[in-house]
Design a binder for this molecule. Structure first.
Ligand code: NAD
Ligand code: ZN
Length: 379
């Protein structure tokens, strides 16, 4: 089959690889019809992880079931399914307590909790930027889609990761209807966090970034764009809230945060959030911070130790929630919102491309070139 393979830093190509196949009775095989490039793929693409060359990338996957193992009971051949990027077993302590993103058994590494397709450090699982994907614990990990699945494929595929991740950011932040929320980052994840906040009845949603195309999408959805190349974002939040700050905030950038001139400051968004959110307010951090980053600008950040203003954070009585989004906690509800026309997350899609064009797409998306907001691949 054809697949997008990681060869090394900023080097990916579409190659012929051995076909994905069932390996356990609880597996399903899915023919991938839509698979996205995610900001998380860029950590590996940029060579900031120890991902082994030859790995197939892709964790935002949707497709049609073509084969099921003898132990699969609920899912059937022909089902159109959306696959949460986290792979859970469904029966370990963490899965049972609603945290399948920290599954204790799917990842064969006993020191790790959590598994995912096509990721560094998240188990041996191949990604879905390919013609076929092996789905472990298929009964647990496949979300069946309704009859409008084909027509709304670019909406439903967002349920594999970024829509639930954006939603999760607002839940970690503790957003309540009528409150205000500031989001750092207008990439696909930040846009989905802002969209989720609006869907949940926030009175004011502000989004910080500097890319005009991404800020235009912020405005189009009814949120307030904050361009940090035009001035300090914290000052702008204070101005927009009559000095009261936002009730809560979401971090949707991660350790690759930089100033608008391009210098990397991995600690920047967290410290700006502490200053932009009210005393006692909540902060949801879904942007990824890794324990080590060989590409980081200084020794401290290379070891994952960022200069976070703990004193100010504590003094202000704020709360913080972090980590990988437990997609399964939200994906049925978000699927149903799409089905009933209450949500249309595909408004962020900028490119629908064949798999063959993935290498060029990675390059454009990694450069955050104007107009390259979200790439959807069609193997
Ligand atoms: P992206 O790289 O496309 O978007 C990040 C955006 O942040 C860019 O538009 C960039 O201009 C902006 N930015 C950079 N520095 C900034 C700053 N100082 N202030 C404000 N904005 C700044 O990526 P994405 O796909 O939107 O993903 C965002 C983060 O979320 C990544 O770290 C990704 O790995 C992570 N992620 C986490 C989960 C999870 O489960 N927690 C899931 C998916 C993605
Ligand atoms: Zn993703």
């Amino acid at each position: 089959m054809k697949a997008l393979v990681y060869n090394g830093s900023r080097d990916v190509s579409v190659k012929e690889v051995p076909d994905a196949r069932l390996e356990r009775p609880t597996d399903a095989l899915v023919r991938i019809t839509t698979t996205n490039i995610c900001g998380s793929d860029l950590h590996m693409y940029e060579g900031r992880t120890d991902l082994e060359p030859g790995k197939i990338l892709g964790h935002e996957n949707l497709g049609v079931v073509t084969e099921v193992g003898s132990g699969v009971e609920r899912i059937q051949v022909g089902d159109r399914v959306c696959l949460p990027f986290n792979i859970g077993c469904g029966f370990c302590r963490n899965c049972e307590s609603g945290m399948p993103s920290y599954c204790l058994t799917a990842n064969p590494d006993p020191d790790m909790a959590g598994a995912a397709y096509g990721f560094a450090g998240m188990g041996p699982f191949s990604g879905g930027q390919a013609e076929y994907l092996r789905v472990p614990f298929a009964d647990f990990n496949c979300l069946r889609l309704p009859e409008d699945a084909e027509e709304k494929e670019d909406d439903y595929v967002m349920v594999a990761d970024i829509f639930p991740t954006g939603w999760h950011a607002t839940r970690l932040a503790g957003l309540k209807p009528g409150e205000s929320c500031v989001v750092y980052g207008a990439g696909p994840v930040g846009l989905m966090a802002a969209y989720s906040a609006l869907l949940q009845g926030a009175s004011q949603v502000m989004v910080v970034d500097r890319h005009p195309d991404r800020l235009r999408l912020v405005e189009r959805m009814g949120a307030i764009p904050i361009d940090d190349s035009k001035g300090d974002p914290v000052e702008q939040v204070l101005n927009l809230t009559d000095g009261r700050r936002a009730d809560c905030g979401c971090e949707c950038v991660g350790y690759q945060a930089h100033d608008h001139l391009g210098t990397e400051h991995p600690e920047m968004t967290m410290n700006d959030l502490v200053q932009s959110v009210k005393f006692t307010g909540g902060i949801g951090v879904v942007g990824i911070f890794l324990p080590s980053d060989p590409g980081a600008p200084d020794e401290m950040s290379r070891n994952g130790r960022l200069p976070f203003e703990m004193g100010t954070f504590w003094f202000q009585g704020q709360r913080i929630g972090t980590g990988q989004a437990p997609v399964k906690v939200y994906n049925r509800q978000l699927r149903d919102m799409i089905h009933r026309d209450r949500a249309k997350p595909s408004f962020i899609v900028s490119h629908d491309l064949p798999l063959d064009q993935a290498p060029e797409a990675y390059e454009h998306f990694d450069n955050r070139e104007d107009g390259w907001t979200k790439v959807v691949l069609k193997p």
